[in-house]
Design a protein around this ligand. Structure first.
Ligand code: AHR
Length: 635
């Protein structure tokens, strides 16, 4: 093959490879959001879901869930605990999100809002492991007077993946409690209300160019009442109004009736996360339409103003001066500097005329107030269907900046579509491959583990497809695999990029493919030819190459989708000198169906070696079923 380094083509956008976060599969509550207490404010539809009560040693105690909706509509419920006889104890036990992952030697921050009504009630906490053993305890200072926050810390004596938290009340009297919370002290950047450090690290290691959030279908909601409303996710966490997650139970392979959105991970935290990992933020907003798979509910056109105002206010929240209402809120939450928002998405997987007419109203209002902001639109869920074509044409006519295309298809579809953009119209609206993943047919996988659909074959076909995205970087400006995260005990959708339980996480083969591309991006595409043809499937090989003018490197990616090894002669056509030491990053496995699991995380992973490459031509032997990245200095 020839790599024409002296013929640079398209610029590669900094946003080329990114991530897409949606609260699906316990990605936020129970996942990235490090809160360990489930239903901390008793706002689940069943108020005591996740909690158990126990009276020990003859305690005469009662519990009431009290609703103060008229004075606190966002967080109406608290519990009232009355102990009459100064004997024994009353214990409230929280199950956590499929248990709580606690680690020996780690410190955990407990907090709670409490109000002493009368008498004298002492409160202590205990962490309990799977066998009922106490593995950490702490007491709280005496609860006195009106509602205020109480805090303490416990240090864990043993590691447990499925611990529970006991909150114990002793004495005689009445107390009221709310917002019962336990967080590891060791969150990402040690923030209060923070994120799980191991999971954020995996995201950071992808060096994502952007992060799309908060969904996905949860943006739309099954109905408009349950759509994602960003304003309800900022400010004091006790004032963020919880709703049922759109992925609760109905679409679950595991039972998830306890799937709600506390919004402890809300829009401020999303923007902060983007900044932490160097990703340009891409929020997606509801366009006045609920999920079209679930309901046909739309906001009538004369009722659409609040939705548009939400979009305009969000831009002010992200970028506005601290003197503005929403910029001021951002500053009060600890971030006076703007978040540098450059793009905004309107609608998730919408389709039809209804979407188009709503989009036009949004676009006009946003472009008027913020002409330089990029507008991202949806192309609907079916990449080969008529709805998709209709919207693509319409959005191009509207001069949208980017069209968000989704493809959940077989590995064979991905191989076939490695040339999808070779003949695409180069002018005008660009492509955002916003959700994609190769899905293997269910019956082809006998292994029942949650992670088992993230096969090497699926990942390899995505790699082949991604060479096509990279080769067409003048058209494809952004792309992201989906979904990003999944809890092995509480998932609704697979495959996913990263699997986790309460203590561990595992990168899938698909993750390593994403990482191979995103961390070896380059900034200009250069042609790769086999004879005089683009190498996209010939002899089961797929290739793309880039140069990195800042670091003076040539990066050549070759995917071999055959089970047989391939001898490939790489001829770099460049007038400049090339370094002799070439780094060869290889991901390969002879078994198409192999996958990484929490128990066996390293079945498929990248291996790097340095090879010597004298001159501009080299014959290499590529393993069967392999992704290869050659990083050559110079060029
Ligand atoms: O990624 C899972 C779901 O797939 C998203 O919520 C939705 O946009 C798509 O249908």
């Amino acid at each position: 093959i020839s790599v024409l380094v002296d013929k640079p083509q398209a610029r590669i956008q900094p946003t080329m490879w990114g991530i897409f976060f949606e609260d699906i599969n316990f990605s936020a509550d129970g996942g990235l959001y490090a809160e360990l207490v489930k239903n901390r404010s008793f706002e689940f539809t069943t108020p005591l879901m996740g909690w158990k009560q126990n009276r020990v040693g003859g305690a005469d105690a009662s519990l009431l869930v009290v609703n103060r909706n008229s004075v606190n509509a966002n967080n109406p419920r608290y519990v009232n605990i009355a102990i009459k006889n100064n004997k024994g104890s009353f214990v409230l036990t929280n199950d956590g999100f499929r248990g709580m992952g606690l680690v020996k030697g780690e410190i955990y921050n407990f907090s709670m809002l409490a109000h002493a009504v009368d008498g004298d009630v002492k409160i202590s906490i205990e962490a309990i492991n799977e066998t009922g053993e106490t593995i950490g305890r702490a007491t709280l200072s005496q609860v006195q007077g009106d509602w205020q926050a109480y805090k303490t810390q416990l240090t864990c004596l043993k590691t447990s993946p499925k611990a529970k938290l006991n909150v114990t009340f002793e004495g005689q009297g009445t107390v009221q409690v709310d917002m019962i919370s336990l967080f590891p002290a060791n969150t990402w950047k040690n923030r209060t209300n923070g994120l799980r450090a191991d999971l954020v690290q995996k995201l950071a290691d992808l060096h994502p160019g952007f992060m799309r959030f908060p969904g996905g279908c949860i943006v739309e909601g099954r109905d408009l009442a349950n759509r994602y409303q960003w304003k309800k996710t900022v400010g004091d966490i006790a004032d963020r109004q919880l709703i049922m997650n759109r992925w609760n139970t109905e679409f679950s392979y595991r039972s998830t009736p306890d799937y709600f959105q506390s919004f402890g991970l809300g829009f401020f935290e999303y923007f902060q996360l983007c900044e932490d990992i160097g990703a340009s933020p891409l929020p997606i907003l509801n366009c006045g339409m609920a999920c079209q798979y679930n309901s046909a509910e739309v906001a009538s056109l004369n009722q659409i103003d609040p939705y548009i105002q939400d979009a305009l206010d969000l831009i002010e929240f992200a970028n506005g001066s601290t003197n503005t209402k929403w910029g001021g809120l951002r500053a009060s939450m600890g971030h006076p500097a703007p978040f540098n928002l450059k793009m905004i998405g309107v609608g998730n997987e919408q389709w039809g005329e209804q979407y188009l007419e709503r989009y036009k109203i949004f676009a006009a209002a946003i472009k008027k107030a913020y002409p330089s902001l990029k507008m991202v639109t949806s192309a609907g869920p079916d990449p080969d269907g008529e709805r998709f074509d209709y919207l693509t044409k319409a959005m191009r006519a509207e001069k949208a900046s980017l069209i968000d295309e989704h493809y959940y298809r077989t590995p064979e579809w991905f191989l076939k579509n490695a040339s999808r953009y070779d003949e695409y119209d180069r002018k005008g609206t660009k492509v955002f491959a916003g959700e994609y993943a190769a899905h293997i047919p269910n019956e082809t996988q006998k292994d029942t583990r949650a992670e088992s659909h993230n096969t090497w074959w699926a990942a390899l076909s995505e790699a082949a497809f991604m060479t096509g995205l990279e080769r067409n970087a003048d058209v494809v400006h952004m792309s992201s695999y989906a979904p990003l995260l999944a809890h092995v005990d509480a998932w609704q959708w697979r495959p996913d990029l990263i699997w986790f339980d309460n203590l561990r996480s595992v990168a899938t083969p698909n993750y390593y493919v994403q990482q191979a591309f995103s961390t070896h991006k380059g900034n200009r595409v250069v042609p790769v030819l086999a004879g005089n043809k683009i190498l996209a499937g010939h002899d089961s090989l797929y290739s793309s190459a880039t140069i990195d003018t800042a670091n003076r490197q040539v990066v050549i990616k070759i995917v071999n989708t055959s089970v047989q090894p391939r001898m490939v002669n790489i001829n770099i056509q460049s007038k400049s000198r090339l370094g002799k030491q070439v780094q060869w990053l290889q991901i390969s496995n002879p078994d198409k169906m192999v996958f990484n699991s929490l128990e066996q995380p390293d079945q498929v992973k990248p291996v790097s070696q340095n090879i010597t490459w004298v001159g501009k031509e080299k014959m290499v032997k590529l393993d069967g079923l392999s992704v290869n990245v050659f990083i050559v200095a110079g060029g």
